[in-house]
Design a protein around this ligand. Structure first.
Ligand SMILES: *Cc1c(COP(=O)(O)O)cnc(C)c1O
Length: 243
């Protein structure tokens, strides 16, 4: 449909714009997937997007979606097909774990022992083992969350962690500084890859399930993959800008 054949009355303007969004989301997603190496998983970050738009992505066959607000993810889980794998990618408050514990597929951003203990407790209540990633602070911005290597070691050596039966640590996650400087992005993603390697050899040598490095977003995923990402979290270049 060409824009120039349309009369922009209020009614068909709505039809025109919603068709346009519809076509783009599926197309954007498939184009992006074609560019990803086979071993790199895509988390389509659908935060702030309504269920109708998410269905456009779902209808291409995609099943992994990421949300960063507990309330939104729970509401979307209830409305959307049950074969969607929901990844929680945002900062998770301890007292909200119980809302997502029944269905979440992967929690990306574990940044404290206290949070992990709570996830373990809620997972147990649901008779599940919940896979989690440890979030590391690799950016220069102090606003971003995450542990450093020392804190992670303390967590992994704690008695509390040893006792946990209902979580499984599957790898690491991080966000680079918001910058155009590719060398800085490289350096920060490289740091996360290095942290992963250190943890893998010191704590997870016998754990084939410790495999994920979740890094890379719309503006820096190529650099992240170069540096060893196994999972990219991409929103705006699939769904358009956040509103
Ligand atoms: C929003 C968000 C993303 C996706 O960001 P885009 O730049 O829109 O691709 C990835 N990870 C986290 C943690 C986010 O909050």
């Amino acid at each position: 449909m060409k824009a120039d054949v349309l009369q922009f009355t209020p009614d068909n303007f709505i039809i025109f714009t919603s068709n346009r969004i519809k076509m783009d989301v599926g197309k954007n997603l498939l184009k992006l997937k074609n560019r990803l190496p086979e071993n790199v998983k895509l988390v389509a970050v659908s935060k702030t997007k309504p269920v109708e738009i998410i269905m456009e992505a779902y209808n291409t066959g995609h099943r992994i979606f990421g949300e960063n607000k507990v309330q939104d993810m729970t509401a979307k889980y209830e409305k959307l097909p049950k074969d969607i794998q929901w990844h929680f990618i945002g900062h998770l408050q301890t007292n909200k774990v119980r809302f997502i514990a029944p269905f979440v597929t992967l929690i990306h951003a574990v940044d404290s022992l206290k949070l992990l203990m709570n996830i373990n407790k809620e997972a147990e209540k649901n008779n599940r083992i919940i896979p989690c990633l440890m979030q590391f602070h690799i950016a220069t911005e102090s606003t971003k969350f995450g542990m450093d290597l020392e804190e992670a070691k303390q967590l992994l050596e704690s008695e509390e962690y040893r006792q946990m039966k209902n979580i499984r640590l599957a790898g690491v996650m991080g966000m680079a500084t918001f910058t155009d400087d590719i060398n800085q992005q490289k350096q920060e993603f490289g740091m996360l890859k290095n942290i992963f390697d250190v943890l893998k050899s010191n704590y997870f040598a016998g754990s084939p399930g410790f495999i994920e490095i979740s890094m890379g977003m719309s503006d820096d995923w190529q650099v992240a993959i170069e540096q060893g990402s196994t999972m990219v979290r991409i929103g705006s270049s699939i769904f358009g800008a956040w509103n």
